[in-house]
Write a protein that binds this ligand. Structure first.
Ligand code: ADP
Length: 268
């Protein structure tokens, strides 16, 4: 692990950058202050910090669902004014339509873009196969486990082939075995789809396992106190989880997080 950029960060260009962002809500709560971060093309970057430090707010700002009070969110490709079609969003709650089957849930974003169910069939089948749900197209959300519902939610977010996937604690409510499996599948999917992922978590272990880089945040008003490059092997899995190298990286990131959680904007 290094505090400077990894080979990925040296080779990659920013996809989107947050510059000196402040976000103060109408009730006077300042969630973010002086927040700077480059999201690099092709990386999986975790936002790691205590509850309430502004992680979800950052995702909403990147997605254009909210505007910064000051500072800016800048896309490297500024030829488009609206980047929403390039973004997939996955929440902790899968938010599936209970009355629609799996295939129709995945179709939903395509339908909003005027793509008929028939035209979408091939794409839906491909995505369901990628997320390990072949054979479940006609199942209803109530018939699925929590992990499978999350797979549908990920499939739906991928249906428009986004450049950037924003994931807000997607696995936090799942049991550990399911979470580990989904962690591995997410890394495989990212490789297959060649997308960029911003992953919100408050788990050191999950962030170290998944990430190319981790932005460690202070408590509210949050800012990134350190951006850590995690030079883990591309092939992870059970052996990596139980390795000394993984434990050491987790220990180092825990130390940085512990220091960050005692910082205020003034002491940083
Ligand atoms: P995290 O994702 O790190 O848990 P959030 O980004 O959800 O943190 O929230 C950061 C802070 O901003 C919290 O104190 C939260 O209560 C506050 N907050 C979030 N959204 C709003 C809102 N729409 N109006 C007022 N306060 C908000």
């Amino acid at each position: 692990m290094s505090m400077a950029g990894s080979s990925l960060s040296q080779a990659s260009h920013p996809l989107v950058s947050l510059r000196d962002v402040e976000k103060t809500f109408a009730n006077g709560v300042t969630a973010l202050s002086g927040f700077d971060l480059d999201i690099l093309q092709g990386e999986l970057i975790s936002l790691l910090g205590p509850s309430g430090c502004g992680k979800s707010t950052i995702l909403r700002l990147i997605a254009g669902l909210s505007e910064p009070t000051s500072g800016s969110v800048v896309w490297a490709d500024d030829t488009q004014s609206d980047h929403r079609s390039e973004i997939g969003y996955v929440f902790q709650d899968p938010t599936l339509m209970p009355w629609a089957n799996v295939a129709d849930n995945v179709w939903f974003p395509l339908r909003l873009r005027g793509i008929s169910r028939r035209e979408a069939t091939r794409r839906i089948d491909d995505i369901l196969s990628m997320v390990g749900l072949t054979g479940f197209a006609k199942a209803y959300p109530r018939e699925l486990s929590g992990g499978m519902r999350m797979r549908v939610s990920i499939a739906r977010a991928l249906s428009l082939r986004p450049k950037l996937l924003l994931m807000d604690e997607p696995f936090a409510a799942l049991d550990e075995i399911t979470r580990f499996k989904l962690n591995d599948d997410l890394l495989r999917l990212k490789h297959e789809l060649d997308c960029t992922i911003v992953f919100v978590t408050h788990s050191v272990y999950e962030s170290v396992y998944l990430s190319d880089r981790i932005a460690v945040m202070t408590p509210r008003p949050g800012h990134a106190v350190a951006t850590l490059a995690i030079d883990a092997p591309r092939e992870r899995g059970t052996n990596y989880r139980s390795s000394a190298a993984y434990a050491k990286r987790c220990g180092q990131v825990s130390d940085v997080l512990a220091r960050a959680t005692t910082m205020t904007r003034a002491s940083a």
